[in-house]
Design a protein around this ligand. Structure first.
Ligand code: NAP
Length: 287
C-alpha cells in the first residue's frame, strides 16, 4: 500500500459527545491502573487527555487518590472523571457508600460518570436504581456499566426509569475487535458510548512485529507512533472512546498525538485487512 505523507488533519474532533446528547469528552482518555504517577496524568491532561478513568478497585483507592493529586487546581468543568463500583458493593445501600468513598478520595463533589465495574450477584435492577438515585442527588452526572454483553445491557437499560446508560466500557483493541459486532451495534441503537479499555492490546502492540507493518507505515505518514494510529483507528466511530494507560511521559505524549490523527478511508481499509475482526463464540472477553 502506498500512503502519502499527509499532515495531521485538524478537522478531526478531539472531543465528541459521550453517547447521544451527552457532554463533549476527549475521545482519547487516560486509564489509571496500575496506580498512576500523578505527574504523568497531569501531563496528559495538559495535552488534552482530560477524560480520566478510575475505579475503587484500582490499588484499593490509591488510583483515585493519585487522580486527586493530578487534577488539583484544574478547572473541574474541563475534566471528565469516571469511576466504578465493585460488584460486591453494587447493592442499594453499597453503591451510595462506595460513591461517597470515591468522591472523598478524589476530592470531588461529583463524578461525571459512575459505572458498575462488572456484573456480579446483585440484580442489575437494584444497582441501576441506586445509580439513578445518585444522579438525582447530584453525586454523579451520568451512569454506565462495564463488561456487559448486549443481553445484560438490555436488562440494565430496561430497568432504568428516569436516566439512561451513558456507556459500556469493554475490552477493545486490534486483536479483540468483536465489540464491533456486538456491543457497538447495541450502543448505536440505544445511543450510548463504548469505551475501549486495554486499547493497546495484550501484550501491548510491538511495532517491530511484522504483523504491525501497515500500522507502522501509516504512523510514519502521520508522523506519530503506531500506538497513536491504533487509538485513532479504534475511536473512528463517533461513539467510541479509548482510555490507554501510560506511565512514561513519551507514551502519554504519543497517545495525546492520536487526538489529531484522522485516518483516510484507504488507511482504515488497510488496517482492517491487517487486523481483521473475528467471530465471537463465547461471551464478551474481559481482562
Ligand atoms: P493499555 O492502556 O492498552 O496498555 C497499557 C500499557 O501500554 C502499559 O504497559 C504502557 O506502558 C503501554 N503504553 C501506553 N501508551 C503507549 C504508547 N504510546 N506506546 C507504547 N506503549 C504504550 O491497557 P490497560 O492498562 O489494561 O487499560 C487501560 C485502562 O483501562 C486501565 O488503566 C483502566 O483504567 C482501564 N481498564 C478497565 C477494565 C475494566 O474492567 N473496566 C479492565 C482493564 C483496564 P507504560 O506504562 O510503561 O507507559
Amino acid at each position: 500500500m502506498r500512503i502519502s505523507n499527509l499532515p495531521a488533519c485538524q478537522s478531526v474532533p478531539e472531543s465528541k459527545p459521550f453517547g447521544r446528547g451527552g457532554p463533549l469528552v476527549s475521545r482519547i482518555g487516560q486509564g489509571t491502573w496500575p496506580v498512576p504517577d500523578p505527574a504523568a496524568l497531569r501531563r496528559g491532561i495538559e495535552l488534552g487527555l482530560t477524560h480520566i478513568d478510575t475505579a475503587e478497585m484500582y490499588g484499593a483507592g490509591r488510583s483515585e487518590e493519585a487522580v486527586a493529586e493530578a487534577i488539583r487546581g484544574i478547572a473541574r468543568e474541563s475534566l471528565f472523571i469516571v469511576s466504578k463500583v465493585l460488584p460486591q458493593n453494587a447493592h442499594a445501600k453499597g453503591v451510595a457508600l462506595a460513591c461517597e468513598r470515591s468522591l472523598r478520595r478524589l476530592k470531588l463533589e461529583y463524578l461525571d460518570c459512575y459505572l458498575l465495574h462488572w456484573r456480579g450477584t446483585v440484580p442489575l435492577s437494584e444497582t441501576m436504581g441506586a445509580l439513578e438515585r445518585l444522579v438525582d442527588d447530584g453525586k454523579i452526572r451520568s451512569l454506565g456499566v462495564s463488561n456487559l454483553d448486549p443481553w445484560d445491557l438490555r436488562e440494565a437499560a430496561g430497568s432504568l426509569h428516569g436516566h439512561r446508560l451513558a456507556c459500556d466500557q469493554v475490552l477493545y483493541n486490534l486483536d479483540e475487535r468483536t465489540p464491533e459486532d456486538h456491543e457497538l451495534p447495541w450502543a448505536r441503537d440505544y445511543g450510548c458510548a463504548i469505551v475501549a479499555y486495554t486499547p493497546l492490546g495484550q501484550p501491548v502492540l510491538d511495532p517491530r512485529d511484522k504483523k504491525f507493518a501497515v500500522l507502522a507505515e501509516i504512523a510514519r505518514a502521520h508522523d506519530v507512533t503506531p500506538h497513536a494510529v491504533a487509538l485513532s483507528f479504534l475511536t473512528r466511530d463517533p461513539l467510541v472512546f479509548a482510555i490507554p494507560k501510560a506511565a512514561r511521559l513519551e507514551h502519554v505524549e504519543a497517545n495525546a498525538a492520536a487526538l489529531r490523527v484522522e485516518l483516510s478511508a484507504d488507511e482504515i481499509a488497510a488496517i482492517n485487512a491487517e487486523h481483521p475482526n473475528r467471530e465471537r463464540t463465547g461471551p464478551l472477553p474481559t481482562n
